[in-house]
Write a protein that binds this ligand. Structure first.
Ligand code: ADP
Ligand code: MG
Length: 258
């Protein structure tokens, strides 16, 4: 019996030690990543590996076949990783989804977010179809990260029960359904929000969501990072930018004439 408990104790110590050193390695690698953010030179980025990204994200990107960043990704990801607010202008099809999903995953990773934590990121997009596409990309690219994702969209396609939403770390939603959810579900808590993404902001406004977006933004904690992407820069987009962004970096990607 004595032998057994000795063995057990020994095992326990070894386990604690290896877990401790694993945590230490992770903290060290996060510090290395964060130190490298300030020296990113977008013009020298040819592959996602040239960005200081976690192994989890690099592995997810590689498995999806994403090797070389598109222009908007190349220009904006370095700034987003540094925690700056972004006003991004780029056309449909330019790769905006990864331009915000990568910084979202890295921000939560660096803050050592886990499934036990609350909502860390909100991604607002104009339609259910776009929300679903973002969700699918996140599921694939973010599969090695220890965070959960959920959709809040209208119609019959509700993918999660209401009560479970407050347990998701990354929420992808349409504006109307999100505001309704904020009003109706007392468990839904965004007070720890780290990063807000406004995707296709011009289309959200064209669909008549201006007042809804304003109410949502007023209900979110001001100490957060915000990434706003829009294909066009109308007056109402500039108004929304003024309301939601702090000292934003303007990143604009133009198509070259053929
Ligand atoms: P946007 O949101 O700007 O309209 P998406 O993010 O939906 O564009 O991307 C458009 C398409 O380009 C998608 O099919 C996506 O998988 C692909 N794509 C995005 N980034 C890359 C990349 N770095 N390498 C290869 N394909 C990419
Ligand atoms: Mg898009």
């Amino acid at each position: 019996k004595q032998n057994y408990s000795k063995r057990k104790r020994k095992h326990k110590i070894t386990w604690n030690r290896s877990r401790g050193s694993k945590l230490k390695d992770e903290v060290a690698s996060i510090q290395n990543l964060q130190q490298a953010y300030n020296s990113i030179d977008a013009s020298k980025v040819n592959s996602f590996k040239d960005f200081p990204l976690s192994d989890k994200t690099l592995k997810g990107l590689k498995e999806c076949g994403f090797m070389k960043p598109t222009e908007i990704q190349q220009e904006s990801i370095g700034l987003s990783l540094r925690g700056l607010d972004i006003l991004g202008a780029a056309k449909t099809g330019s790769g905006k989804t990864l331009a915000f999903l990568i910084p979202v995953l890295e921000a939560l990773y660096c803050k050592q977010w886990t499934r036990l934590d609350s909502v860390g990121a909100l991604i607002i997009t104009p339609t259910r179809e776009l929300a679903y596409q973002i969700f699918e990309t996140l599921r694939k690219v973010g599969r090695y990260h220890d965070v959960s994702a959920g959709l809040i969209i209208g119609g019959k396609d509700l993918h999660f029960e209401k009560k479970r939403m407050d347990q998701c770390n990354i929420i992808i939603c349409t504006p109307g359904r999100l505001l309704q959810h904020m009003d109706e579900n007392p468990l839904f808590n965004c007070s720890n929000l780290q990063i807000l993404v406004l995707d296709e902001a011009d289309r959200c406004l064209d669909l008549g969501f201006e007042a809804t977006m304003n109410s949502i933004i007023e209900n979110l904690p001001p100490k957060r990072q915000t990434l706003l992407f829009s294909a066009t820069q109308t007056k109402s987009v500039r108004d929304l930018a003024r309301l939601s962004l702090k000292d934003p970096m303007y990143v604009s990607v133009h198509e070259h004439a053929k």
